[in-house]
Design a protein around this ligand. Structure first.
Ligand code: GLU
Length: 479
């Protein structure tokens, strides 16, 4: 039987790192087994699901390169692939469950349930529904329905025994039925709950492996019992460990960006994201770090997915991103950084930006950083970084140095980095000033910054006229 896996996001917000990793592992597992990868939108919670979220999740998955074989936008034989369009399917299976006696109407009001919840809290025990409606006589149920009371429907869990989950990552996990609840499968508004809809979908979409975050581990015995009650074939389960922040608390906004779209906006490359996410809980061996999506399809295996939580390491992600940036052709890198310059400047010299790429390629780790490295090249007037002037030596030598640089450069006809370097170094020797002081002053005058791309190349790129102009105004205002 061919492998069929799914990624089943609830479209209540952006795609996050954890979701993206789940999608990636499912994708890899499908591809390496020549199986099918399915995208299913779990939008039964209409109060929290939005179209915008669906679109943004789809966009991010495409950006990561994780294409699906069946989904809301790709026809397949097991559709529709949005839960809100599958109500008729859930109703059929609900009917079957009711007929078999595995589900029952519950007329308890939210106030009654709240009271039970509070009592459990007082007694410091886990709240479990007291099953008051489980054995209501048939006539009573009929009467209540006639009075148009709108019940929810609960699953009748076995009250004794246990369910064993043989998780592909975590091994055997035993859940005692006495600790499980008669959970709601249909709300009183006629919509199915996650546990029911997801189970029916996995069964009817012929999903063979459910690979998902371990926040769903406690749902698994509930879902298995639905399969069993309906006589449906159970899939294999694999639960991925949590992603934690460096402080070992569950990864959240407090730790920085968690949405994939944020990383995309700031200029992380999908290659880096995919490589990093793959390593967040999986390893090939203890030394290989770089994996393309194709490599991962070859090498990924659930056997090497760790059961321990993964710690998110932003520095490593940045470092990997820098690596992938350096692998790009300059013309590709130009196309990727251009939008950041368009955002900042109404117009700018694209040729100049292309020429500047070798100066920053090794220095940036995120695409958006390129603007801070190169904005001085495109501004009419440089902004001298606050505080930087005080950092360079403020005595008479400053004006001496800058005037000397001005003189040497103005006499230079072949305005190339190497020549620029030669004449400036000659000047340093002649004046007997410290090279560091000399070049720092010059860098500040030309770029407005104390940290910039290599100075001589930068001066060449800026051009003779503009360099001299900048030197002149700097001398006027600061020296
Ligand atoms: N819709 C669920 C979520 O976004 C996923 C459920 C599952 O994978 O079974 O967390």
């Amino acid at each position: 039987m061919s492998v069929r896996v799914r990624f089943a996001p609830s479209p209540t917000g952006h795609l996050h790192l954890g979701g993206a990793r789940t999608a990636l592992y499912n994708f890899l597992f499908a591809r390496q087994n020549q199986g099918q990868f399915i995208l299913r939108i779990e939008d039964t919670d209409s109060s929290r699901s939005t179209e915008i979220a669906i679109r943004s999740i789809i966009e991010d998955l495409y950006w990561l390169g994780l294409k699906w074989d069946e989904g809301p936008d790709v026809k397949g034989e097991f559709g529709p692939y949005r839960q809100t369009q599958r109500l008729f399917i859930y109703q059929q299976y609900l009917k079957r469950l009711m007929e078999k006696g595995y589900a029952y109407y519950c007329f308890c009001t939210s106030e009654e349930l709240q009271a039970q919840r509070e009592e459990a809290k007082r007694k410091k025990i886990t709240f479990r529904y007291n099953r008051r409606c489980r054995n209501l006589p048939f006539e009573e149920v009929e009467k209540k329905l006639e009075r148009s009371l709108r019940p929810s429907v609960r699953f009748a869990m076995p009250t004794s025994g246990e369910t064993v989950v043989n998780d592909l990552i975590r091994g055997k996990i035993v859940f005692k039925h006495a600790e499980l609840d008669d959970f709601i499968i249909f709300r009183s508004d006629g919509t199915p709950t996650y546990n029911f809809a997801a189970t029916i979908d996995d069964a009817t979409m012929k999903i063979t492996h459910v690979i998902r975050g371990d926040d769903h581990l406690s749902n698994t015995p509930k879902q298995i019992n639905i399969y069993r009650a309906l006589g449906l074939k159970e899939p294999e389960f694999a639960h991925l460990s949590m992603i934690l922040g460096p402080d070992r608390k569950p990864l959240s906004k407090r730790h920085g960006d968690t949405a994939i779209s944020e990383y995309r906006r700031k200029g992380f490359l999908p290659q880096a994201m995919v490589n990093y996410l793959a390593l967040l809980g999986w390893s090939y061996d203890d030394k290989t770090t770089f994996f393309s999506l194709e490599d991962l399809i070859k090498f990924f295996s659930l056997n090497r997915v760790s059961k321990n939580p993964a710690i998110f390491d932003f520095q490593k992600l940045k470092w990997l991103n820098g690596y992938y940036i350096r692998q790009l052709k300059n013309s590709d890198l130009l196309a990727l950084i251009e939008p950041y310059f368009r955002e900042k400047f109404l117009s700018f010299d694209r040729e100049k930006l292309m020429k500047a790429i070798p100066l920053i390629k090794d220095r940036i780790t995120v695409l958006s950083e390129s603007v801070a490295w190169l904005d001085w090249l495109f501004v009419k007037e440089i902004q001298v970084e606050t505080g930087s002037k005080e950092k360079i030596k403020k005595d008479n030598s400053l004006s001496l140095i800058l005037n000397a640089a001005y003189q040497s450069l103005s006499q230079l006809d072949d305005f190339k980095a190497e020549k620029i370097q030669n004449v400036l170094r000659e000047k340093v020797a002649e004046l007997q000033v410290k090279p560091k002081i000399f070049f720092q002053a010059l860098r500040l005058a030309v770029t407005g910054k104390l940290v910039s791309p290599p100075l001589f190349e930068s001066i060449e790129l800026l051009g003779k006229e503009e360099t001299l102009n900048r030197l002149k105004s700097f001398i006027k205002y600061f020296a």
